[in-house]
Design a protein around this ligand. Structure first.
Ligand code: DC
Length: 221
């Protein structure tokens, strides 16, 4: 069973999904981390052409698991957890994620992962393309200024040297590519519940979504 939260970069999906996973005892799946991992592999392979990279990718076994407060990603046993959060990866990830072959590779990895357990996952196209029959779908959004401020604070806290302007420019560019790509663009599913977090506290957004999930779980039993 899967609950999905889609939305643009910096809308608060991942921190919200993690907190809800802990409160409701669900497993957490970070689909963006898988796109970042593939982007890292592409950079490490010397940024090859699409066809060549796709050949490399068919020999890669991606594993992902949220443990000890970190979403760990491994490719053929090599730990990519730290490097997938670099600015270089952030700069290329939307371009890599726009390729249909990459998307179907990652979709297959995700479908396999969620076979065992009850998951809450965050991404861009989970409710529209990957899990159209999800148990519940949410679409989180916030103004671009607020999303940039949140990302900037997160990066500052983890010791990264970036400016608010750089972070906002990166988010603006990612919104543009995520929303305009031909293959499964970022879009609210018709049956997704919209959660606009502009001006909401973290606890408010978490409680709102948790309440809806609990209500629907009650109806199921
Ligand atoms: O959530 P994030 O910022 O870590 O995601 C990184 C990138 O991956 C994002 O710019 C778009 C892409 N992505 C995607 O195309 N589809 C998803 N389901 C999740 C992420």
């Amino acid at each position: 069973m899967i609950i999905v939260i889609d939305g643009p970069a910096g809308s608060g999906k991942s921190s919200t999904a993690i907190t809800i996973a802990k409160r409701l005892n669900l497993q957490y799946l970070d689909s963006g981390a898988l796109y970042r991992a593939v982007t890292s592999l592409w950079i490490n392979a010397g940024k090859p052409e699409k066809g060549e990279f796709f050949n490399i990718l068919t020999g890669i076994h991606l594993q992902a698991e949220y443990t000890d407060d970190v979403f760990h990603v491994k490719a053929n046993g090599n730990d990519l957890t730290a490097e997938i959060r670099s600015q270089e990866v952030a700069g290329y990830v939307s371009e890599i994620a726009s390729q249909p072959e990459i998307r179907s590779f990652i979709n297959a990895v995700m479908k396999k992962i969620v076979e065992n357990g009850i998951y809450i996952a965050d991404g861009r196209d989970l409710g529209t393309a990957v899990f159209p029959d999800a148990f519940l779908k949410f679409y989180m959004d916030a103004s671009i200024e607020e999303r940039a401020r949140r990302r900037f604070r997160e990066m500052e806290d983890s010791g990264k040297e970036v400016t608010l302007g750089d972070v906002e420019a990166n988010i603006r560019e990612r919104d543009r590519t995520d929303q305009n790509r031909k293959s499964d663009p970022l879009k609210k599913a018709d049956d997704a519940i919209l959660i606009d977090t502009t001006g909401k506290t973290f606890e408010e957004q978490v409680s709102e979504i948790t309440g809806i999930i609990e209500e629907k779980l009650k109806l199921k039993h």
